[in-house]
Write a protein that binds this ligand. Structure first.
Ligand SMILES: [Mn+2]
Length: 327
């Protein structure tokens, strides 16, 4: 991306003494890895830096070197010169850290999503929707800061890129993604062991849940819409936690006819978290936005009020009408 926003963010980080890097709710490898890499870099520069993740660190990301320093809620009395939202734009997606971001003397956004709101609230913005992962943008920021790329920082960034690109398979991968990955691998972060940590050290319950959910997957519009739901009963039967639905939607996208693939899961609070993927003809981000969410053209998310069956009916009807209109 352009030099200017990167240089401005780098200057702001250098001028701050106390920093907070915030992840989005329902955190993924990119938001966690990017925020942790920034916090570690800031500390290497002699600053005080925290990572805020309202929903904590899912078990599959427990191997990340900085996980111990992640806060689930703001520490009482903590004050920051700079708060940055990482891989997210919008205070309400920062969970418990939304107020800290709102009140920050300087509020920055480092992100690769289509930006949503709060234009006037953001002091500094390094956003590039062509980046496969926010970790790619963070890589440029760290380069501008001249922070040495140690194996820990490289591992965080490689995790962000690996998980946001479906292990270098998705259409968001660009030549530069490999160039950055090359540098990260040279610094000691090989994608193989990271893949193993994230995807192949599952508890039995994750596989059990996958089976229960896939066994009940449904389709309509001659296979253009494919979906599955995860109810509280499924979580109980499998003995699984909320975060263990991660990746299930990617099985639905493998259906050849699918223009839209959806996984809906009932949360403990009773609302319905939606993961939406499209084959590219339908705009996932636009659809998610109708329901108050956001994301990218081919991958997006939103939350609907429960109960599950009503949310399912509403969302699928919307997708069916869009899918039917396709030539
Ligand atoms: Mn991301």
């Amino acid at each position: 991306m352009k030099r200017r926003p990167i240089a401005r963010i780098a200057d702001a980080l250098l001028n701050a003494r106390s920093l907070l890097f915030c992840c989005h709710v329902n955190p993924d490898g990119d938001t966690l890895g990017s925020a942790m890499a920034l916090a570690r870099a800031a500390r290497l520069l002699g600053k005080r830096a925290d990572v805020g993740s309202s929903d904590g660190v899912p078990d599959i990301y427990r191997f990340l070197p900085e996980r111990e320093r992640v806060l689930k809620e703001p520490q009482p009395g903590a004050e920051y010169d700079l708060v940055a939202a990482v891989d997210v734009d919008g205070f309400e997606r920062l969970g418990a850290f939304g107020p800290a971001a709102r009140q920050a003397p300087l509020y920055a956004v480092i992100d690769h999503h289509v930006s949503s709101a709060e234009e006037g609230m953001v002091d500094l913005r390094a956003c590039d929707t062509s980046a496969a992962a926010t970790a790619e943008i963070v890589f440029d920021v760290l380069k501008a800061l001249k922070v040495p790329l140690d194996v820990e920082i490289a591992t965080h960034l490689m995790t962000g890129i690996l998980t946001d690109t479906g292990s270098f398979r998705f259409s968001n991968v660009r030549p530069r993604t490999f160039a950055i990955a090359e540098t990260l691998a040279e610094a000691g972060a090989h994608p193989g062991p990271i893949f193993k940590e994230v995807y192949e050290r599952r508890p039995f319950s994750t596989v059990k849940l996958l089976g229960l959910v896939l066994a009940r997957c449904r389709q309509s519009c001659r296979g253009k819409v494919v979906w599955a739901v995860v109810s509280r009963r499924d979580f109980e039967e499998a003995g699984a936690k909320e975060e263990e639905t991660e990746g299930i939607v990617n099985h639905l996208t493998t259906v050849a006819t699918a223009e839209a693939a959806v996984l809906m899961r009932e949360t403990l609070k009773g609302d319905v978290r939606v993961s939406l993927r499209t084959a590219g003809r339908l705009d996932a981000q636009e659809i998610a936005r109708k329901f108050g969410g956001g994301g990218h053209r081919m991958a997006a998310g939103c939350t609907l009020p429960g109960p599950l069956d009503r949310a399912e009916a509403e969302l699928i009807a919307c997708l069916e009408s869009l899918a039917q209109a396709l030539p």
